[in-house]
Write a protein that binds this ligand. Structure first.
Ligand SMILES: O=C(O)c1ccccc1N[C@@H]1O[C@H](COP(=O)(O)O)[C@@H](O)[C@H]1O
Length: 219
C-alpha cells in the first residue's frame, strides 16, 4: 500500500509548489471561516490546477450544508472531500452519493474510546483521518497543532485505512511513524511559521524527516 502524505491548509502558489516538490500525495484546502487557513472557493480552484496529475486535492469542510458543498465542488473540482465535523454515517453516505467523490471522515482522538465510532462508518467513508481533540477554548476542530497519544493506534484494526494528523512536525514525525505505523500522515501547523502562514523551508524539512524515518525503518 502506498504511503500518503497530505500537506493541508495551503493558500499560496509557493507553499503548494513546495508540497508537490516534496512528493505530497494529497494537498488540502480549508473551507472554514474561523480558520487562519480559510480559502475562497475561486482561489482554491485556481491553486488546485497545479496539483492535477501530481496530488489529490482535498476540500476540508466542517458540517457544511449542501449549498456550501455545491459551491466548493463547482469551483475547485476536488478529488476528495474531508468531513471534519460531526457528520453522521447517513450524512457521509449522502455526500458521497451526491458528489460521487471519495470521503475522508475525521475523528478527534484523546482516549481509546474515541476510536470506537469508526466502526459505524466503515464501508461508508472511504478513509479516516485521526486528529487530536481540540484544546479547550479552541474554535478550530482541526489545525490546532496538538498531538494525541499515538500508542492508541497500535490496536486499530489493520483494515482501517487512515491518515494520522494532529501536531505533526519534522521533530516528532519519526516517533509518530515508529509508534503508529500509519498508512498516511497529514500536517498543517507543523509546517507554518505563524498560524495560517506556510513556510517552504519547514515543508522541505518535514519531507526530509519523513524520508529519513522511512529509511531508518527499512534498514
Ligand atoms: O487547519 C485548520 O485550520 C482546520 C480547520 C478546520 C478543520 C480542519 C482543519 N485542519 C485539519 O487538521 C489537521 C491537523 O492540523 P495540525 O497539523 O495539527 O495543525 C490538518 O492537517 C487539517 O486536516
Amino acid at each position: 500500500m502506498p504511503f500518503d502524505i497530505k500537506i493541508c491548509g495551503l493558500k499560496t502558489d509557493e507553499a503548494l509548489a513546495a508540497a508537490l516538490a516534496g512528493g505530497a500525495s494529497h494537498v488540502g484546502f480549508i473551507f472554514f471561516v474561523k480558520s487562519p487557513r480559510n480559502i475562497k472557493t475561486a482561489e482554491a480552484g485556481r491553486l488546485r490546477k497545479a496539483a492535477i496529475g501530481k496530488a489529490k486535492a482535498v476540500a476540508v469542510t466542517v458540517d457544511a450544508d449542501d449549498a456550501t458543498l455545491d459551491a466548493i465542488v463547482e469551483a475547485m473540482s476536488p478529488d476528495m472531500l474531508q468531513l471534519h465535523g460531526n457528520e453522521t454515517p447517513e450524512r457521509v453516505a449522502y455526500v458521497k452519493t451526491r458528489y460521487g467523490l471519495p470521503v475522508m471522515k475525521v475523528f478527534s482522538v484523546r482516549d481509546a474510546d474515541d476510536l470506537e465510532p469508526i466502526a459505524l462508518y466503515r464501508g461508508v467513508a472511504d478513509r479516516f483521518l485521526l486528529d487530536a481533540k481540540p484544546p479547550a477554548g479552541s474554535e478550530l476542530p482541526g489545525g490546532n497543532g496538538v498531538p494525541f497519544d499515538w500508542r492508541l493506534l497500535a490496536g486499530l484494526d489493520a483494515g482501517v485505512d487512515y491518515m494520522l494528523s494532529g501536531g505533526l512536525n519534522a521533530a516528532n514525525i519519526g516517533e509518530a511513524l515508529l509508534l503508529a505505523n500509519p498508512p498516511g500522515i497529514d500536517v498543517s501547523s507543523g509546517v507554518e511559521s505563524a498560524p495560517g502562514v506556510k513556510d517552504t523551508a519547514l515543508i522541505e524539512s518535514f519531507f526530509r524527516a519523513v524520508r529519513a524515518a522511512q529509511a531508518r525503518s527499512a534498514a
